[in-house]
Design a protein around this ligand. Structure first.
Ligand SMILES: [Cu+2]
Length: 83
């Protein structure tokens, strides 16, 4: 499963674009501090109309989850990506 960085995620007017593991998702890269389960991370979403929305995401332990940054496949280098 390869991921590639994309510059933006389209959200059609009046519709939704679901984000989920294995599909479109927001990926944190080069996080300056070590995150631990129970922490929260503020993520600022930037929209085309220059508005912004901050969401607070909980840090969770994912059992057998996505293998980001493993040797095989390409590693993403941005904040949003698609499979
Ligand atoms: Cu990812």
């Amino acid at each position: 499963m390869k991921m590639r960085q994309i510059p933006r995620i389209e959200v059609p007017a009046g519709a939704m674009t679901p984000l989920k593991p294995g599909g479109l998702h927001v990926m944190l890269i080069d996080v300056p501090t070590r995150l631990q389960a129970g922490d929260t991370v503020d993520i600022v979403l930037h929209f085309d109309d220059d508005s912004r929305q901050t969401i607070t995401a909980p840090v969770k332990t994912v059992m057998g989850g996505m293998k980001h940054g493993q040797a095989k496949g390409k590693q993403g280098s941005g904040t949003s990506s698609a499979h």
